[in-house]
Every structure is written in structure tokens, then in C-alpha cells.
Design a protein around this ligand. Structure first.
Ligand code: NOJ
Length: 516
């Protein structure tokens, strides 16, 4: 009998490497720090870990500016440390996925350096997106080849001394590759093989919908839309068909999940056709407000569009959901009840889920980082108007009563709040009512139910601003309204995200119930 492939219902834990645990004492997280904490992750009950980029990088975008795709930055360790980490993760029963950044390299990458040193039209420039400008300049008056804007603010073009311009959908230190060039395609197939040979179980693909740009680079309406000259061009799918062939040629089940931002569930589905990626991120829930109606739409649209859904509430690019759900309140408690309830609802659904480090501790966004500490290029490129993503990247509090809370012996690259003592993993491990214990219980219960539940859910009638669905024996109810509601008929209460009010489910609370 065919068993379910591991990735279909896996819970994957995202490790933002710089901020997880620092073994070397230089204030930045590293591979050895992760290795030390594998028992914590195994005990938490996740199935796999995804590491954000740890490759050699000038760190203009926290490592998403890769200067060498086949090595480890000394800041994070060495290839030997990586091999040890893979072996140890597997020994702890954890699969390991790495981040691959194919849309752009670092401007320090030897290919880009050679492109700068070579004349227009040369083979070296053909690996990137060099273009001549025009007097119109996409309307800006500066002469750029078109009107495209960088996701991080400002134009998406930078001029080089001979007058040509190169495209960077992100920071100028992140030049976009030319994916219509077979040399680029070959190079990345080889990079995939490099890490597959070292035993990785899969890849998270950065900006997966951006690799191919429309021929002629026509002007666009800025912003993320499903289809534009920039995003989700039909030819991008050929790339993933090639990648899938490589993944399938390896023993075991090696997988790829695409970071696909789109406003259309149907478009998302294209990336996960049987000969393409295994999964695609589904950011719809992460973008939804705290509302039963909004959640129901997200769930319905997703389940209608894709056979193997994924769910995610937070990652290293967005405001942590404790804070998002806190209605603007800076008191972390305000959003914590909702964050726990949302987790329960998300993990009751068919498919796999991605957790972001620190959410198991109920960490809030750090909103008051001093300007001089901020490192996200978005902050500088917006002249400080957009705070950027540092607030969700503050190093984890492990133990003790003051910063750096056991993160390492040498401080932390972003300052941690003075009031995180009660949020440390150590403190929470000693308190069965903590968020950490809640996560462990939920993940353990999900494991116990694994393989016993159907892939389909049935909606049951429920009061306004609540959601009630059944998946085989499991019933999940979430209360996004203002008052308590009666629990639906059940045989057993399995787990709740907060205390019940007698037999009623209070506002901002969810429950898993068993029936039959
Ligand atoms: C998405 C990554 O998650 C983000 O952190 C990065 O800045 C951009 N892609 C550019 O690589």
C-alpha cells in the first residue's frame, strides 16, 4: 500500500539562521547553534526544518544576496558544520530543507563582478538583465529602461559606468539573473545537485514567481498582482519541470516548495502541477484579518484550488501574528490568545504547515528597535518611513533573565527587549500553561491523529463569527466573535487554545473535539 509522502502533512519549522542560536559567541546565530538545539526541536514535535540562507554573502539583505551558492559563510560556520547538522538532524528524526535564491545573486558574486568588467552585449552581461536606457526612462525622467520599481523601494534599475542599467527587483546589491540564458539554468541545476548530494531533503525557493520577465520588459503597474510583466510568467513553469526531474532522480523523497506571492489561488495551483513543485506557500491566511468570514474564504479558496495545501501564519518577512492579531495593541497578551487559536485551526486542516521560529514562544513583533540597530534594507531605502522586517527577526530568548537570554555569549545582532524574561524557552518549559507547552501538545496530538483523518473537511453550521468544521472524527471550532459560544456536540475535548468558560468556548479561543 502506498504511504503518504512525508511532505504532504509535515509541520516544517522555519529557522532564520541569524537569529536562532549563536554557538560562536559573535552575536549572530550559526549552524553549530542550530545543532545544539536539535533536541529542543525534536521535543517540540516538528517534522522538518527549513534554514534561511547561510551562504557566503555581504548580507545586504540578510543573506538573500548570495555570493557563492556552494559554500557556507564563515559567519555561520563551514561546509563541515553543515554536513554535521544534516547528519544530526536526521538522527533526531528531522528532515532538513535549505533556501535557494535563484532570482538574483549578490552583486559580489563572481559572475556579476565579471559582468561589470565586461562590455555591453558580452556573454558575461547576458547572465544578468542589462539593458540600455532611453530618454523616456519609464516615465521617471532618469532614463531607466522601464518603470519597474524595486520591491524594497525606489527604481528597479541601477546604472553602471558605461551607461547600461541592470535590473534588481530587490536591493541594488541583488542583481536579477537572466533565466532565458541556458547557462543560468545549468548552473542552478548543478547547485541543486550540490546540496542534494550533501543529503538535504528539499528546497524552499525564494521569489519563485519572479524568475522570468516578459519579453521586451514592458512597463507595468507596480505591485504584486497574479500576472504582470514581472511575476508568474508562463515560462517560469518550465524551470520547475527541470528541477523536478533532478529532485526525482535522487533516492528518498526530495521536495521543493515555492515562495509564490499571488492574489489568485488558481495561479498558485499552477506551480504544484504533478511534474512541477511539490508545494507552494499559501500566504492567504497570513494576509487575512482576524475574522471567521475571512478565514473561511481562505480555507475554501485554498482547498478548492490545490490538492496538497500549505498553511503559514508568520515568517521572517512579516509582522509576527501575535502582534498582527493584537489590533494594534503593543501588549503581546492581546494577540496571543488569537495566535494560539489560529494555530489550532490551521493545524486541523489537511495539508502541511510552516511555523516560524519563536511563534512557539508566543513572541510578539519588536516594534521599538532603535533606528541605528535596524538592518533591513527596506528601512534605509524608505528613508526610515517603512520600519522593515527586523522586528520579527530579533534573536530568540532561550534562557536567563536578561539579554541576550542565552542566545549566545556575545550579545545579539539586534537588541532584544528587556521584558522577555517570561518568554524564554527555559521559563516556558517549566510552565505547563505556557505557549511552548501548548505547541508541544498540539503537535503531539496532530501526530497521534496522523493518517487517521480524511483530506476533506465538512463545514457545520455555527454562530456568526465562528468557524466549525469536521474532518473525520476531528471537529475544530474557532471563535472570532466577541462573546462565548456553546461547544458543538462531541464525545471528548482533545485540546483547547485557552481555558473554556464552563462548557462554552470564549472569544478568541479554538478547540479540537473528537466525535464518534
Ligand atoms: C523573499 C525572502 O523571504 C526575503 O527575506 C528576501 O528579502 C526576498 N525574498 C529577496 O530575496
Amino acid at each position: 500500500m502506498e504511504t503518504t509522502p512525508w511532505w504532504r502533512d509535515a509541520v516544517v519549522y522555519e529557522i532564520y539562521v541569524r537569529s536562532f542560536a549563536d554557538a560562536s559567541g559573535d552575536g549572530t546565530g550559526d549552524l553549530a547553534g542550530i545543532r545544539d538545539r536539535l533536541p529542543y526541536l525534536a521535543e517540540l514535535g516538528v517534522d522538518a526544518i527549513w534554514l534561511t540562507p547561510f551562504y557566503p554573502s555581504p548580507m545586504a539583505d540578510g543573506g538573500y544576496d548570495v555570493a557563492d551558492y556552494r559554500d557556507v559563510d564563515p559567519l555561520f560556520g563551514s561546509l563541515a558544520d553543515f554536513d554535521d547538522l544534516v547528519a544530526d538532524a536526521h538522527a533526531h528524526g528531522l528532515r532538513l530543507m535549505v533556501d535557494i535564491v535563484p532570482n538574483h545573486s549578490s552583486s559580489a558574486h563572481p559572475w556579476f563582478q565579471k559582468a561589470l568588467a565586461s562590455p555591453r552585449g558580452s556573454q558575461e552581461r547576458e547572465r544578468y538583465m542589462f539593458r540600455d536606457g532611453g530618454p523616456e526612462g519609464g516615465g521617471s525622467g532618469h532614463g531607466e529602461p522601464n518603470n519597474w520599481l524595486s520591491t524594497f523601494g525606489g527604481p528597479a534599475w541601477t546604472q553602471v559606468p558605461d551607461g547600461q542599467w541592470y535590473l534588481h527587483l530587490f536591493a541594488p546589491e541583488q542583481p536579477d539573473f537572466n533565466w532565458r540564458n541556458p547557462e543560468v539554468r545549468e548552473e542552478f541545476l548543478d547547485v541543486l545537485r550540490f546540496w542534494l548530494d550533501r543529503g538535504v531533503d528539499g528546497f524552499r525557493i525564494d521569489v519563485a514567481m519572479g524568475l522570468i520577465k516578459a519579453e521586451g520588459l514592458p512597463d507595468t503597474d507596480p505591485g504584486f498582482t497574479s500576472r504582470s510583466p514581472i511575476w508568474s510568467r508562463p515560462e517560469v513553469h518550465d524551470i520547475y519541470r527541470d528541477w523536478r526531474r533532478v529532485l526525482d532522480s535522487y533516492p528518498g523523497t526530495r521536495v521543493a516548495i515555492g515562495e509564490v506571492w499571488t492574489d489568485s489561488a488558481e495561479d498558485l495551483a499552477l506551480y504544484v502541477r504533478p511534474d512541477e513543485l511539490h508545494q507552494s506557500f499559501n500566504f492567504a491566511w497570513l494576509e487575512a484579518p482576524w475574522s471567521a468570514t475571512a478565514f473561511r474564504k481562505v480555507i475554501d479558496d485554498t482547498l478548492k484550488a490545490v490538492a496538497s495545501p500549505t498553511w503559514v501564519l508568520s515568517n521572517h518577512d512579516v509582522v509576527r501574528h501575535v502582534t498582527r492579531y493584537g489590533q494594534g495593541s503593543l501588549d503581546p497578551g492581546a494577540g496571543l490568545a488569537r495566535a494560539r487559536a489560529a494555530l489550532l485551526a490551521m493545524l486541523a486542516l489537511p495539508g502541511s504547515a510552516y511555523l516560524y521560529q519563536g511563534e512557539e514562544l508566543g513572541l510578539p513583533e519588536v516594534t521599538d528597535l532603535p533606528p541605528e540597530a535596524r538592518q533591513d534594507p527596506i528601512f534605509a531605502r524608505s528613508n526610515g518611513e517603512v520600519p522593515g522586517r527586523d522586528g520579527c527577526r530579533v534573536p530568540l530568548p532561550w534562557s536567563g533573565t536578561e539579554p541576550p537570554y542565552g542566545f549566545g555569549s556575545g550579545g545579539s545582532w539586534l537588541p532584544q527587549p528587556a521584558d522577555w524574561t517570561d518568554l524564554t524557552a527555559e521559563r516556558q518549559a517549566a510552565d505547563p500553561s505556557s505557549t511552548l507547552w501548548f505547541y508541544r501538545r498540539v503537535l503531539q496530538t496532530r501526530r497521534e491523529l496522523r493518517g487517521t483523518l480524511p483530506d476533506a473537511i465538512t463545514w457545520l453550521e455555527s454562530p456568526e463569527e465562528t468557524l466549525l468544521f469536521q474532518r473525520g472524527r476531528l471537529i475544530c471550532v474557532i471563535n472570532c466573535g466577541e462573546g462565548a459560544v456553546a461547544l458543538p456536540p462531541h464525545d471528548q475535548v482533545l485540546i483547547t487554545s485557552g481555558p473554556l468558560d464552563g462548557a462554552a468556548l470564549p472569544a478568541d479561543t479554538a478547540a479540537w473535539l473528537l466525535t464518534g
